[in-house]
Design a protein around this ligand. Structure first.
Ligand code: NDP
Length: 447
């Protein structure tokens, strides 16, 4: 049977089995669409039904999370953990707290995580979790009660050699602290069951910075291949959370100028270059909205709504907020305005049509699986550090992060070349990530 007939049949089965889960469909389709040449070269993957197994999570957990707000009112949220694939190691992937969370989002993130973790070269399987809980506007005590209730169910499914969660949208150091504390209490053990922990209790220097720094490292490496660099580039970034803030920091350290940031209400444009101390104060310390920025920096402008952010002229665009935030029309605007490179800090922020526009216009495009793998890579280093009960220096971890990102760039670009997609990092990342997982699944038999 022709390879594309096989992948089409698998995709139809995914649609049938997972109705309404549009983000999961989108993530699976993108991968299947690249794998034809791989299946032709490796009939053993077809025979062992590796792809059919890959798109079906090993385990899916859905649970009730009841909690009480400060006034004593009771709320019920829904919690998820998708343990997607453990061929390369224990399940590893973040937890997202956001009102839009449902099974399709967690499955898409878990599926992407399997291939992303493979690309890091570390021994980590893939998983993802979350809840349709909105931490915005909640007090610390409310967030703590929610996290404890969430962990009252999740603790029995995770462990330092089984499944190691981390942060994602809406889950930062505060939430990880509360969840880790409850896990420790329930299990009576102090282990590296979470990554992204506080520095005093097993965390690793650079974890906070890792995803944003890694994004800029891989982009800089890709630019170098065509004789360019981040220095003197004007960069548009969306989001104002963990990934966006540390991508901004690294761009600035490398001599680039970041002119935009956003949150779900709107975006700021600062022609002088974003002042990161102000942003950190607003977002990390005060937990306020990004529009506060313009009351301090008078040259900057705030626009309500997120869409217009990509109308701002830039050399490099780094979408770092959420899935499908950058569509076809926006991609055309970016290309028309002379944007030369796009790197996905968020997971799947560009729609498939937008990616098509970038490819047509020869805009260098690095997909999230490769571009934002720095976070989970440093999480892998945190796990190693926890097992050995040692602490690495900032410099050592940062150098290792950079090394991993450069290796991801090389492996991705090489896989694209070998399988007939030169310059296509989407295909390269999917193929390089897939082959390692497929070989491990073959070796481990029918499980
Ligand atoms: P944060 O919660 O720290 O920040 C998210 C930012 O994106 C906030 O500014 C938020 O605004 C904005 N945002 C969230 N949802 C939307 C939306 N629907 N529309 C517009 N803006 C939105 O999350 P992270 O920075 O950790 O994560 C950002 C992205 O990066 C996600 O896609 C995540 O999966 C991905 N990622 C994160 C990693 C990490 O290490 N943290 C690792 C790899 C990928 P608001 O405050 O208004 O909600």
């Amino acid at each position: 049977m022709a390879a594309n007939t096989i992948t089409q049949a698998i995709y139809e089965q995914v649609l049938k089995r997972n109705p309404g889960e549009v983000e999961f469909h989108q993530a699976v389709k993108e991968v299947l669409d690249c794998l034809g040449p791989v299946l032709e070269k490796h009939p053993e993957y077809v025979e062992a039904k590796i792809l059919e197994r890959l798109v079906e999570p090993e385990r899916q957990l859905i649970f009730r999370v009841p909690w009480q707000d400060d006034k004593g009112n009771i709320h019920v949220n829904r919690g998820f953990r998708i343990e997607f694939n453990s061929a390369l190691g224990p399940y590893k992937g973040g937890i997202r707290f956001h009102p839009t969370v449902y099974l399709g989002i967690i499955k898409f993130l878990g599926f992407e995580q399997v291939l992303k973790n493979s690309l890091t070269g570390l021994t980590m399987g893939g998983g993802k979790g979350g809840a349709d809980f909105d931490p915005k506007g909640k007090t610390d005590a409310e967030v703590m009660r929610f996290c404890q209730s969430f962990m009252n169910e999740l603790f029995r499914h995770i462990g330092p050699d089984t499944d190691i969660p981390a942060g994602d949208i809406g889950v930062g150091g505060r939430e990880i602290g509360f969840m880790f504390g409850q896990y420790k209490r329930l299990c009576n053990e102090f282990t590296g069951v979470f990554t992204g922990k506080g520095l005093e209790w097993g965390g690793l220097l650079v974890r906070n910075e890792a995803t944003g720094y890694g994004l800029v490292y891989i982009m800089d490496e890709a630019l170098k291949a065509s004789g360019k660099s981040t220095e003197s580039m004007t960069v548009s970034i969306s989001g104002a959370g963990n990934v966006a803030i540390y991508a901004t920091e690294k761009v600035q350290q490398l001599g680039g100028k970041v002119v935009t940031l956003s949150d779900s209400n709107g975006f700021i444009y600062d022609p002088d270059g974003v002042n990161l101390d102000t942003v950190k104060q607003i977002k990390e310390v005060e937990r306020k909205r990004i529009k506060e920025y313009v009351s301090i920096h008078k040259n900057a402008k705030y626009t309500e709504g997120c869409h217009g952010i990509w109308d701002v002229k830039c050399d490099i665009a780094l979408p770092c907020a959420t899935q499908n935030e950058l569509d076809e029309a926006t991609a055309k605007t970016l290309a028309r305005n002379g944007c030369i490179a796009v790197g996905e800090g968020a997971n799947m922020p560009c729609t498939p049509e937008a990616v098509g526009v970038f490819h047509e216009n020869k805009v260098l495009f690095i997909p999230g699986k490769a571009a934002n793998a720095g976070g989970v890579a440093v999480s892998g280093l945190e796990m190693a550090q926890n097992s050995q009960r040692i602490s690495w220096t900032f410099e050592k971890t940062d150098a290792e992060l950079k090394n991993i990102m450069v290796t991801i760039y090389k492996n991705t670009s090489q896989a694209a070349e070998v399988y007939g997609y030169p310059g296509n990092f989407v295909a390269g990342a999917n193929i390089a990530g897939f082959i390692k997982v497929a070989n491990a699944m073959l070796a481990q038999g029918l499980v």
